[in-house]
Structure formats: structure tokens, C-alpha cells
Design a protein around this ligand. Sequence first.
Ligand code: NAG
Ligand code: NAG
Ligand code: NAG
Ligand code: NAG
Ligand code: NAG
Ligand code: NAG
Ligand code: NAG
Ligand code: NAG
Ligand code: NAG
Length: 710
Amino acid sequence: MKLKAMHFPVIMLTALSMLVEAVVSDEPQQVLPGCNYTCGDIQIPYPFGIGNSTTLDHTTCYMDSKFEFELTCVNSTLIRGENIQVLNINPQGQMEMKFFVSHLCTDSSSNNTEKANKPFLGDPSFTISSTENKFITVGHDSYGYLNSYFNGATYSTGCLTRCYDCDPKMVLIGNNTGKCTGLGCCQVDIPPLMKNITLKTFRFPTSTLSQDQEDCSYSFIAKQGSYNFSVDHIHNLPNQSFPLVVNWAITSESCLIAKTTDSYACRENSECVDNDPDYEGYRCKCLEGFEGNPYLPGGCTDIDECAKNLHGCKNSANCINTAGNYTCFCPVGQTGDGTKEGGCKLPDRKTYIYVIIGTILFLVIVGIISFFVYQKRKYTKLKSKFFRKNGGSILEQKLLQRKDSSIIANVFKESELRKATKNYDENLVIGRGSFGKVFKGELEDNRIVAIKKSKTIDESQIEQFINEVDVVSQINHRNVVKLLGCCLETEVPLLVYEFVSNGTLSDFIHTNLENNPTWKIRLKIATEVAGALSYLHSAASIPIIHRDIKSANILLDEDNTAKVADFGASKLVPLDQSEIATMVKGTIGYLDPEYMLTSQLTEKSDVYSFGVVLVELLTGERPFSFGRPEERRNLATYFLSCFKKDNVFEIIEDGMLNEENKQEIKEVTDLAAKCLRLRGKERPSMKEVAMELETMILNVEGNQHYEDID
Ligand SMILES: *[C@@H]1O[C@H](CO)[C@@H](O)[C@H](O)[C@H]1NC(C)=O
Ligand SMILES: *[C@@H]1O[C@H](CO)[C@@H](O)[C@H](O)[C@H]1NC(C)=O
Ligand SMILES: *[C@@H]1O[C@H](CO)[C@@H](O)[C@H](O)[C@H]1NC(C)=O
Ligand SMILES: *[C@@H]1O[C@H](CO)[C@@H](O)[C@H](O)[C@H]1NC(C)=O
Ligand SMILES: *[C@@H]1O[C@H](CO)[C@@H](O)[C@H](O)[C@H]1NC(C)=O
Ligand SMILES: *[C@@H]1O[C@H](CO)[C@@H](O)[C@H](O)[C@H]1NC(C)=O
Ligand SMILES: *[C@@H]1O[C@H](CO)[C@@H](O)[C@H](O)[C@H]1NC(C)=O
Ligand SMILES: *[C@@H]1O[C@H](CO)[C@@H](O)[C@H](O)[C@H]1NC(C)=O
Ligand SMILES: *[C@@H]1O[C@H](CO)[C@@H](O)[C@H](O)[C@H]1NC(C)=O
């Protein structure tokens, strides 16, 4: 934090100074800080600099590796070396300076002795530009040399102008004013890479000019176009010097070599250039997209093409400056590359259509989803409504009150049962009746169950239904189908029973025709059913009248153990009542005739029905069939008539009766007849029936011994 606080003002200052700089000069800096950029009107870009001035930190203002870039500024005149005036410095590598004329004059006062001066330009970094300059000689019978001492050798070039026996005025053949054609004035191109040069003017000794005439000859290098010949100049050239263009470079090394040296001059974002045949040495150049002075510390700086409007983008707003370049872009939602040619386009109609279609699809999907969410919520609401309607809370309360947690009627979730029955798949229906349907189902914990889906029940009977569920769920008898729980979330309650695998006793008697009827199993089944009914009537906490005992409601498991099922019509008998008035319910053939007449329901109705089941077991006949002759249509009636005539054995199912079981069968027919007595009071109780049958079973087991010996 402290560090940051300290840095803050510095950053502020830097930012401020940068801002000021940016405002003051848009041009990139060309000199070292603190150095004068101009002398008079002439700009002095680095690596040039004024020799006796220094920067703030006392280094020279010119590049000090060689001294060729040192200049002096006298009276606003820029001077190079002793006396050569600099006219212009081009940062790209050229410099214009005034270079002297070499002249040779006859002087009558000095006995016609001739003396030519030899102007000399000795800086090895400066080569005479071969393209910008001409070498010119002006005079009579004269010639000039341009000598270049270079690499230890001397190269010379020059031109001459001469006439024999001619009138000097004859040079004006034609009117050639301003043109250097070779008469009185000659000019030649300058070879490239001329360095370290001297000029000299000569005159032919056999000159026809009269000795007494004052006459001069001149040789000089002049920038093209800076000299116009005139006849007067043959005798008297008014100029002492002419502008000369030189190429300047850093040292005389190539880039390859220079890059390996410490004094390599090209700074950041610049490149080395040495491929121009007109100079020796190397120059530095800013990379494309950068500007500034490549020789200064810091090198070249990025050009903000966007701000300076140097970009090819449609608009400055579509331009992003990058290091060394820029990129064009289009605003979000438009297409194109943002350049002047490409431009930016609003999305076309097709795209609009896509967008609209997309939006519509989106809305539709959202609509569908919210519809389903709404339905789901409605459904959940409905479920809880049914739950309340079906007495769910009453049941829950009862379950909470119940102390014995080992016997628990589960309250199943609707979704659980729907999953177990594969959404109430018709293929899983294992039973149908007036009550509704029974589905086979598999719960999440792999338990196989029978799920009974009742038809609508009367709302007024809810509490009673709850009571029945409550009570039946408490019946824990091995010969009663166990109620595992119920579901109250549906409009009609669902009951979940244990699954009993081997079908009904009715199927066992009437459809299993292959085997001979086995008396032993039938007796066992009868005994078990009787035991269960006895339990229901007397041993259960509240007596229960099953009310619909029939072979179709007795299930058999894999061991042929009987399980009494379907308490759909069952009645709880309050303890202080022995009979209750109800709507007559039951199945034709099994129905207690007394109950039918009086509508007074007692447990003896179950006894009657059990009697019919016994007869069914004995005869293998259905309790009621229109297929039989009229007197035999009702099995119970027919049985009783036979019983009275003492020929019951005639109607015992074929193949069942034998010598061993004759006595037992006789006893069972007696028992059945007792159960079928018209007056309920005369019928035995289920307890008595059960005991009698159990005793018989014990005897059978005793007899087993004999059979084994056989
Ligand atoms: C620079 O040098 C010139 C002569 O070479 C002299 O006249 C001038 O005063 C000098 N300036 C400084 C600041 O030393
Ligand atoms: C820069 O030039 C100005 C006049 O043009 C002069 O007063 C000043 O001393 C010069 N500074 C340097 C460092 O040469
Ligand atoms: C500078 O110029 C002034 C007149 O402009 C002149 O008097 C002076 O002698 C000049 N100085 C030099 C060193 O040339
Ligand atoms: C000019 O030259 C002649 C001989 O060639 C000589 O006698 C004479 O003294 C010279 N005059 C001058 C002024 O040098
Ligand atoms: C330039 O020429 C002079 C003689 O006039 C010579 O002494 C010098 O070494 C030459 N310099 C180069 C770099 O050739
Ligand atoms: C040369 O021609 C120009 C026009 O082209 C003319 O003005 C000038 O007088 C002529 N000079 C001579 C010496 O004839
Ligand atoms: C030379 O003559 C041309 C026209 O012929 C003129 O434009 C130019 O300025 C002249 N140059 C000089 C140095 O007088
Ligand atoms: C040469 O001298 C004449 C007359 O003084 C002048 O008009 C002309 O500009 C000079 N040329 C150059 C290149 O300096
Ligand atoms: C700079 O960008 C333009 C357009 O984006 C591209 O045409 C050009 O080649 C780029 N220049 C460089 C040096 O990358």
C-alpha cells in the first residue's frame, strides 16, 4: 500500500508530462532531451547534434561513436567541420551542404601564373549522391577532375571543354543559355560510392587564349538543377559554392557486421537497412507502423493510425490501434470487416427472420415448460387434495398413535406405485372384478407386490375405509394376504398387498385339470382358510367379517398355502354389536340366503360361504352354473339335497375318493352341510370349523405312516 502511495504522484507526473508533451508537440522527438533541434531554420535530427552543447546528463547531443555527426551553430548558421555550411538534413539519410568551387584563373599581374584550389570533403560516412548531383566544369580549354580516395585506391572522373582556334564568343553557337552542352560547360554523372573527394580544375597549356586576357576555369559538384550555365560564367562565375547532396550512414559497416557490435545504432522497433547501392554503411529505419527517430534511446514509437486517421477503416470509431498496425471492426450486431471497402452492414432480412424465428421458438419452449410446470403443480395440488379427501391425515394420525411399530401400514407415494406398475400397464393386470383391477408391480426395493386399484369410493365412507385399511393392515396371519400399505394421493385409494404367486383357489380347482385331485392338499387348504376366518372373526383386535369368501378370493402361494384376500367388502364389527345392517353384498352361489333375506350381516355369513368353498373343494364344481340342469344349478342346494339322500359320495370329484380318505371326506361333507344350514345360528362358528378340520389334518398326518409303508 505504501509503495503504491509513493508511486502515485510519480505516475501522475508522468501521465501529466506525457499529456503536455502530446499537446505541445504532435511530432515525435528527434533529438536527445535538452538538445536544440534547430539552428536557424535548419532542423538537426539525431544522430546529428551541435557539438558544444550537451544534454541534461552531460552527454553529447550527437551520436558519439564517430564524430561525423558533430555540427556547430554559428550565428544561426549550421556549420560542418571548419567551414562547410549545412543547408538541410534529411533524417532518412541525406544531407545538403554548400561545397566549394575549384577555380583556376590567369592573373596578368602575377605573370599569368595559375593556381587552382582543391576543395576536399574527407568524411568517410558521407558519400556523394550519384543520383542527385552532377560534376560540372565551366571554362575555355578546360577540364576538371573529381578524385575519390577510397579503400586505399584513387578513382578519378571528369570532363573537358575545348575549342581549337576558336573565337571564345563562338561557344554561343546557337542560343544555349542555361544549358550545359559541352561548349564552355561540360557535366558528367557522378559514380556511386564516391567518398573522401577532392576537385581540381586544369587548363590545356596550348590554350589559344591570349595571355593577357583574364580568364578563369571552374569545376564543382552541384545538385541537379541548382546551376544554370551562362556564357558570362566562362570568365566569371559569381558563385563560390554550390549545394551538394551527400548520403549519410552510420559507419561504413554492413548491417550483418554492425549488429554484432556494441555500437549498433538501431533501437527499438527499427530495422537495419544497407541495401542502397548509393552509400556505404548502414542506416536505421522505423518498422512499418512505427514512427520517430530509430537512433534515439527508446527507438520508434507506435503510430496511432486510428487517432491520426491513417487507417483503412470505414470510420475512426471502427478502428482499434495495435502495435505497429490497426484493425477494423464492426459494432456488435453488424456484419462486415469495418474497412472502407468492406464496411459494416446491418444484419440482412434473412438474419432478422432467423432471429425472429429463434425468439418465437424460445417463447414457445418457455411456454411449454411453464405449462408443464403449472400442470405438475396442479397435479401435486390435486394429489394433496385427494390425500386429504381420502383421509390421509386421519390415517397418518392413526399411524402415529400406533405403538407397535413392527406392524406398519405404509403410505406409498403415487409416483412410486405408478412406477411399480409401469403406469398401470394393462399387461400387468392379474385380477379384475367389480372392485376394480389388481396389478402386479415391483417396488424400488425389488419387492413384488399386488396393487389394487379400486373404483371410486363413496366420500361418506372415507373414515370407514381408513378404519379398514388401518385394521386390515394389522392382521398378521399367515393365511391372510398381508396389506403392505396404501396410497391416498389418487382419486381412488390404492392398496398394496403382498404378491401371492400361484393364483386363486378357483383356478386351482377348476382349471388345473391335468392332475388327479389330491384330497390332502384340499383338506390342508380348507383348514388354512378356516383358521384364517376363525382368526378374523375372533382373534383380531376388532372382529372382521370378510363378507365375500369364495374360491376366487383365496390365493395360493408356491407351497399351496392359502391366503385369504380381498377385504374390499369386509366389515368391521364393533365389539358391542354382533350383527349390522348393510346393503347385501357378496357373490352369487356363495351368498348366505339368510343374510339375503334379512340384510342382517353376521359372521355366520362367512361360515355359509366357507361351506360353499368346502363343497367346491369336494366336488370340483363351480358354485353356480347355468350350464347345469336346473336342480343342480346352485351347488350348495344340490349338495344339500344329495346329503339328505345320503348319496354325497356320488358328487365327490372323480378320482379323489378312495378307501383311505373315505372317512375324512364323509366328515368334511358333514361339516359342509352344517355350515350350509339355513339358519345362521345353527351353523358352527369358524372357530369350531377350524378346530374340527385341524383335528382331521392331525389324523391324516398320523395315517401318513401307513401310506409311506405302502
Ligand atoms: C560553441 O562554439 C562556437 C564556436 O565554435 C562558439 O562561438 C560558441 O560560443 C559556443 N557555444 C557554447 C555554448 O559553448
Ligand atoms: C538553443 O538555441 C537557443 C537559441 O536558438 C539558445 O539560446 C540556447 O542556448 C541553445 N541551447 C543549446 C543547448 O545549445
Ligand atoms: C554574426 O552576425 C552578425 C550580424 O548579423 C555579425 O556582426 C557578426 O560578426 C557575426 N558573427 C560571426 C561569428 O560570424
Ligand atoms: C614574368 O615572367 C618573366 C619571364 O618569364 C619574368 O622575367 C618576370 O619577372 C615575371 N614577372 C613577374 C611579376 O613575376
Ligand atoms: C582520404 O584522403 C586522404 C588524402 O587526401 C587520405 O589521407 C585519407 O586516408 C583518406 N581517407 C579515407 C577514409 O580513405
Ligand atoms: C537567346 O535566346 C533568348 C530567347 O530564347 C533571347 O532572349 C536571348 O536574347 C538570346 N541570346 C542571344 C545571345 O542571342
Ligand atoms: C535555371 O533555369 C530554370 C529555367 O530554365 C529555372 O527554373 C531555374 O530556377 C534556374 N536555376 C537557377 C539556379 O537559376
Ligand atoms: C550564384 O550567384 C548568383 C549571383 O550572385 C545567384 O543569383 C545564384 O543564386 C547563385 N547560385 C547559387 C546556386 O548559389
Ligand atoms: C496492417 O493491417 C492491415 C489491415 O488490417 C493489413 O492489410 C496490413 O497488411 C497490416 N500491416 C502489417 C505490417 O501487418
